[in-house]
Design a protein around this ligand. Sequence first.
Ligand code: ATP
Length: 386
Amino acid sequence: MAQGGGAKQVKLERESELRIEVGNDAPLKLRLLNGTAEIFGTELPPEIWLTFPPRLKFAVFTWYGATIEMDGSTETDYTADETPNISYVNVHAVLEERRNRAKASPPDDSNSSQPQGPRVIVVGPTDSGKSTLSKMLLSWAAKQGWKPTFVDLDIGQGAITIPGCIAATPIEMPIDPVEGIPLEIPLVYFYGHTTPSNNVDLYKVLVKELAQVIERQFSANAESRAAGMVINTMGWIEGQGYELLLHAIDTFNANVVLVLGQEKLCSMLRDVLKNKPGVDVVKLQRSGGVVSRNAKFRQKSRSHRIREYFYGLANDLSPHSNIANFSDLSVFRIGGGPQAPRSALPIGAEPAADPTRLVPVNINRDLLQTVLAVSFAKDPDQIISR
Ligand code: ATP
């Protein structure tokens, strides 16, 4: 129910949270009056008014009690005293122990047995709170001085950069609840679609590339290796989506699999991973505060993310256009269109199309309103997604 404007105070008891959906048209101002509180793992500064943009959905949680003041209109706001945050912070404590152990153990001569921090992968259906849990674990770790690597494999709603990409970045400070992930040194691979089913093999190639680069960074940097990584995944968990989860677990050598809100997925993963030594599969409860978003809402938030990429969160960037001749540009699509599924081929035959083959694209009206990536490749034979 929409709540009217005007300032109001909300007193939160210990271990409870204020869940808010900001109204569609105007931002909401909020501040911490007393006590301590956090938004998805990042502490609120005392007394300072913060401004949250329209449509943002978030929760202000307190471990020991707090009073919050807010000013502006909300779509919904209510207090909840049942949250899974204690189980989430317990996971954080276990990860913390592993980071300390990795930091304390002397490096081995052979690369493969260098001390490793936790490699956490968060999986679950759509709207189970995967991105939110990833943010919490990263922010709690950063608060304790670690610089864990955030890997976002969700090309649909990407939290690091524009949708259609997979990306990774070290998190050096608790994540700002309004501004999100800082974009200083992200490692980004452009996939170009919002669902992996357009070219599953290309998606896998990019995931593998990203994992290899992080692996190299980890082997050269004991500090990031000990801090480990948190990998956010897509909500596609059936059929091919499930295969892609297994592929990601394997490629990143994940050793902690956090399954949000789905018994079936958890038991399937436990079953296939039971022969992999050192991989823990942990089931966690979905928070009742996670807001379900329909296809239309997702489409809208993708458009907002794209706009934000070019214009900035507060319209503070000024992109400019460049004019070039069509003849000076070469546009390629990666992968030669949809492949025949294996099941449609004779037994033993492999699909012929190479998922990373470049297909020249005619520049015409079909390209209007599409986002392309600029390649650093010197010639088209090099893979051009990065
Ligand atoms: P996807 O299906 O896109 O992968 P997801 O599983 O990652 O989704 P989130 O993005 O974490 O889900 O959560 C969905 C929405 O619910 C987000 O807008 C998030 O800010 C909001 N949300 C999560 N937890 C809470 C909470 N406790 N109170 C209020 N809003 C919340």
